[in-house]
Write a new protein. Structure first.
Length: 404
């Protein structure tokens, strides 16, 4: 793709990155075949190729509008197009650049702005969000069914963290929403790791930065990342093997710290090492001898692999492989590459499209009548459970279930 970027952009780091990405695109259109929003809406501008053209126009200084913003907002950032692309176009990085520059040129409607500000203030704030979850759980009987379903795991007993004496350690991250909405996930992960000879330790940290990053709040994103690096760095001794995430959305973000801070003299080296040490819990479990686990594998299971795991971290069948090793009966899932519609705050900001994707995903997951649906990201879990009649859990919880 030929480009003629505007003078005020082409010599910037973002402009040069965007130019390189744009030149890789050969207009083939393979990406449209796997794009969830293009499949739903049938509009070229709601597919990756069309959005790439819109970003190209933006970077070349041509006229843009709220219509441009609407088409970019509708992107789930699922990165399915990147998995499909034969030319290696880093579409998600280009989208980040385009959204940030567009935010400077096109003002959002007041209500949109306020909603995004509110989400950015509440969701990463453990004190405020936790209080709201507790209130919601208390009055859940009076809430709509979807909200009741979303809150059903918030009442799990948050038992004390069981420490262990294993020399080999991992830092186990608490995802913002997960700690309050599904506290058993990390507790189950810690117990499983203990059985496999690893001590899970918890450290204070702020939001991983994914939420403000996808809402074009780059300064705030970098502040959060640096705060986390400052907290984690002193703990990365020889006994700590990995920084482990049980939320694939957080994991893909932490693995990107090195790229996001590559030009920062003070943090580049540490950010790169932290990204290199970060693992999704499925990567850690896959390396282990699992004979120490006593598993109840007597249920049929449908696996939903989050976009952040299959497209972002390139771990498409990793969960399936572990569950098959342990003897679970896995149900086939059609169009497993398609997003469930959660996508962070997307289900709130784009509810109509999100609900359409949710219904399609639940239909695909339930074709073979599983007894349980499992996933690897808290956002997907909550979104699926909001409309599912079949229980939805994090897959690590299956490894924590005793046999018999």
């Amino acid at each position: 793709m030929q480009t003629q970027l505007a003078d005020n952009i082409k010599n910037t780091a973002a402009g040069q990155t965007a130019d390189t990405i744009l030149r890789r695109c050969v207009h083939c259109g393979f990406c449209t075949a796997t794009c969830p929003t293009y499949q739903l809406l049938g509009d070229e501008l709601d597919g990756p190729r069309g959005r790439i053209y819109l970003i190209k126009q933006l970077l070349e200084g041509k006229q843009v509008s709220r219509k441009t913003q609407t088409h970019l907002d509708r992107c789930l950032t699922c990165r399915s197009c990147e998995t499909t692309c034969p030319s290696g176009v880093e579409y998600s990085h280009l989208l980040d650049i385009g959204r940030e520059i567009l935010a400077q040129r096109v003002r959002r409607p007041v209500l949109q702005t306020l909603l995004r500000k509110l989400l950015g203030m509440v969701l990463p704030n453990r004190t405020v969000f936790g209080a709201l979850v507790r209130i919601g759980y208390t009055v859940r009987a009076f809430l709509p069914k979807r909200m009741r379903n979303t809150l059903q795991y918030a009442g799990q007993v948050n038992t004390p963290w069981r420490d262990s004496e294993h020399k080999l350690q991992v830092i186990l991250l608490d995802a913002c929403a997960q700690a309050d909405l599904a506290p058993n996930i990390n507790l189950a992960a810690a117990r499983v790791l203990d059985k496999l000879g690893m001590r899970a330790i918890r450290l204070p940290h702020s939001c991983c930065g994914a939420l403000p990053h996808h809402m074009t709040e780059e300064e705030r994103t970098l502040r959060m990342i640096k705060t986390n690096i400052d907290h984690w760095w002193p703990q990365l001794n020889s006994n700590v093997k990995y920084i482990v995430s049980t939320a694939s959305g957080c994991g893909v973000m932490v693995k990107d710290y090195g790229r996001l801070l590559k030009d920062d003299e003070d943090y580049a080296e540490r950010a790169a090492l932290i990204s290199a040490r970060c693992r999704d819990i499925v990567e850690v479990i896959a390396e282990q001898d699992l004979t120490a686990l006593q598993i109840d594998a007597g249920r049929s299971v449908a696996v939903h692999t989050p976009c952040t795991l299959q497209h972002g971290q390139k771990l498409n069948t990793a969960v399936d492989n572990i569950l098959q090793r342990l003897g679970f009966d896995l149900c086939a899932v059609k169009e497993a590459h398609l997003c469930c519609g959660s996508a962070g705050t997307y289900s709130i900001l784009q509810p109509k499209i999100s609900q359409q994707l949710l219904q399609n995903k639940l239909q695909a997951l339930n074709v073979n009548r599983p007894q349980l649906i499992v996933t690897a990201n808290i956002g997907c879990l909550l979104h699926l459970q909001s409309g599912s009649n079949v229980p939805v859990k994090h897959w690590i919880e299956l490894l924590d279930s005793p046999a018999g």
